[in-house]
Design a protein around this ligand. Structure first.
Ligand code: ZN
Ligand code: ZN
Length: 363
């Protein structure tokens, strides 16, 4: 296809914004290495890719396996097929573009890659600018929000199907596998991240990996899962009891539910993410479980499981309309179990909209 082809939306606007950043920082080019940044900017999904953006050109570096995909997904970019991954082709292109000052995200480049580029690339200068893309990715377009909504629906329907099938004796691993299957059946590309399925005391580990523990009538089952639909993910957590909830965990459940409600209430444009964290954390502190809530209240979702903004005590992020975030307070009692409730929330012009609709309690 012709190189003169006009760049379609939303990529046109995103590249235009990156170009104003290039100009503001007096750069000659910006080098995008992260696969999801590359997809967000160009629509190219190939797993071997690099994008060079200059004030006049967009160059897509990839290899032969993705030749056809590049033509389909980003025909308006100039495609360069490289024989191997590594700095050589990047440097060749930068020289051809006469780029001297090149911005990049230091968090996406290994030290050895950086050194190789610097050594081979003289007099090209690499300028770390981590904020060129990530904060922009945090604010979603209506099209992105629609994909997240779909990912929420698929995750919820899959969870409902799994919940009806639950019985004592199933292992965490079996439940996780069934959940992934049910999401795929409903149109998901796959899991947004490896599901956490934790029975009993395992549920007090916020980042547990499912194993062979079996579901019983008396212990909590914590499930933290999400679906990926059209590259965008959802992220939800619920706790299920097959029998009745023990009194101690009932109390914990009520505190977490109250904390989550306070957190969600605080979500609106212009508010500091740290203030939202505080609104929820205060409830847990007051109930005496402050030390048992040992992670941030939430995070942005979208192309990766955790992205900007961050909703933690020390976050300097400010909420803006179009951000989609999780609100997920938890209380974890070692040896007993944990309760975490997680929902996905869109920041709107006037406040917020909770995208997820599952009930909080299934007891
Ligand atoms: Zn989660
Ligand atoms: Zn989460």
């Amino acid at each position: 296809m012709s190189r003169a082809m006009r760049t379609p939306e939303p990529y046109f606007s995103r590249i235009k914004e990156l170009r104003s950043e290039i100009e503001r920082r007096r750069l000659d080019a910006y080098f995008v290495q992260d696969r999801m940044d590359q997809y967000w900017l160009t629509g190219f999904t190939g797993e071997d890719g690099g994008v060079l953006v200059t004030p006049r050109q967009v160059v897509l570096l990839t290899d032969g396996r993705f030749d056809e995909a590049a033509d389909h997904e980003a025909p308006w970019a100039r495609k360069v097929l490289r024989k191997k991954r590594g700095p050589e082709a990047t440097i060749r292109e930068l020289r051809r573009l006469r780029a001297r000052r090149v911005g990049f995200n230091g968090g996406h480049m290994s030290v050895s890659e950086f050194n190789a580029l610097r050594k081979l690339g003289k007099p090209i200068r690499l300028v770390p600018i981590p904020s060129a893309i990530q904060p922009r990715r945090a604010v979603k377009t209506p099209g992105e929000v629609a994909r997240i909504r779909k990912a929420v629906v698929v995750a919820e329907q899959a969870f409902d199907a799994v919940r009806k099938w639950l019985r004592p004796g199933l292992t965490e691993r079996e439940i996780a596998a069934r959940l992934a299957y049910e999401m795929r059946q409903r149109g998901a590309q796959g899991e947004a991240f490896p599901s956490i399925v934790a029975v009993g005391p395992n549920s007090s580990l916020p980042h547990y990996e499912p194993g062979d523990r079996r579901l019983t009538e008396t212990e909590p089952l914590l499930v933290d899962w999400g679906a990926r639909v059209d590259w965008y993910g959802s992220d939800l957590t619920r706790v299920v009891w097959l029998g009745s909830i023990p009194a101690q965990l009932r109390k914990v459940f009520d505190v977490v539910r109250e904390a989550q409600a306070r957190g969600i209430e605080a979500v609106r444009p212009g508010v500091r993410a740290a203030a939202v964290d505080r609104a929820a954390r205060q409830v847990i502190d007051k109930a005496g479980f402050g030390k048992r809530f040992n992670h941030a209240l939430g995070h942005g979702i979208g192309l990766v499981g955790h992205e900007a903004p961050r909703l933690g005590k020390l976050s300097t992020d400010v909420l803006e309309p179009g951000m989609v975030i999780t609100i997920e307070p938890g209380i974890y009692l070692p040896g007993v179990g944990g309760v975490r409730l997680e929902d996905d929330v869109l920041v709107t012009e006037t406040g917020h909209e909770v995208l997820s609709t599952l009930p909080l309690s299934f007891a």
